[in-house]
Design a protein around this ligand. Sequence first.
Ligand SMILES: Nc1ncnc2c1ncn2[C@@H]1O[C@H](COP(=O)(O)OP(=O)(O)OP(=O)(O)O)[C@@H](O)[C@H]1O
Ligand SMILES: [Mg+2]
Length: 246
Amino acid sequence: MEKDRSINMMQEHPVIRCFNISKWYDNICALNNINLDINAGEFIFFTGPSGAGKSTLLKLLYLDERASQGEIVMNGMNIARIPRDRMPYVRRTLGVVFQDFKLIPTRTVYDNVALVLEAAGVKKNIIRQRVLKVLRITGIVRKINAFPPSLSGGEQQRVAFARAVVGEPSIIIADEPTGSLDYDSARVIFNLLLDYNRKGVTILVASHNLHLINETCKAVNGKNPTDGIIRERHLRIVNGVVTESG
Ligand SMILES: Nc1ncnc2c1ncn2[C@@H]1O[C@H](COP(=O)(O)OP(=O)(O)OP(=O)(O)O)[C@@H](O)[C@H]1O
Ligand SMILES: [Mg+2]
């Protein structure tokens, strides 16, 4: 049965805490002293101009880059200082979706998704069940034996999304996941993010698509219209500084 990670948002429970995070690339300050708590089950939208630091912040969270200064505590672990050999364990708790999909062109759709579970040592028959399940959820199971270059952008992003969620992450990080998609394909991806958020997964998405952000926000808050709990948050990043907005 599907694990239900729904939680009572009245009890704030930070799954990510950033303390005085800064990131420099040589003499460029990409992030400037960020302090931020993200609670379990929140749907966070990062917006802001190009070059503002959105991708940099997300990269620190999915361990693609190291902070120059400060601490990041994720699920109780200080990931800013974590040894390299521990990184794969942290990454497995995250589902990451990229604008350019990052699929392996020489492996089938099935293999691209299954690789995540193979790396985690999951048994073959369980892998098959779980891969089929996420390919059905993302609506791409009919392309199971196709190779990524033969798929449209929207189809490739569905596969990338399936790969991100097959490990049942508690946090999904998506950096411009719809940046290279047409409107309908982009909407499919936002709806999938919404579905996973409804299961209790924390979502962090950087996007320039304000129309889809607005539509998704209405849907996020429409879940429990009577409980008065706002689960969606807008964080605007400008010149490496994060502010709450909207
Ligand atoms: N690997 C790198 N080397 C040098 N500078 C970098 C590197 N990555 C990012 N930067 C710089 O850090 C700053 C923040 O970049 P970042 O990619 O985080 O912006 P962004 O908000 O994601 O922009 P966009 O909306 O265009 O994706 C920019 O000034 C960028 O040029
Ligand atoms: Mg970016």
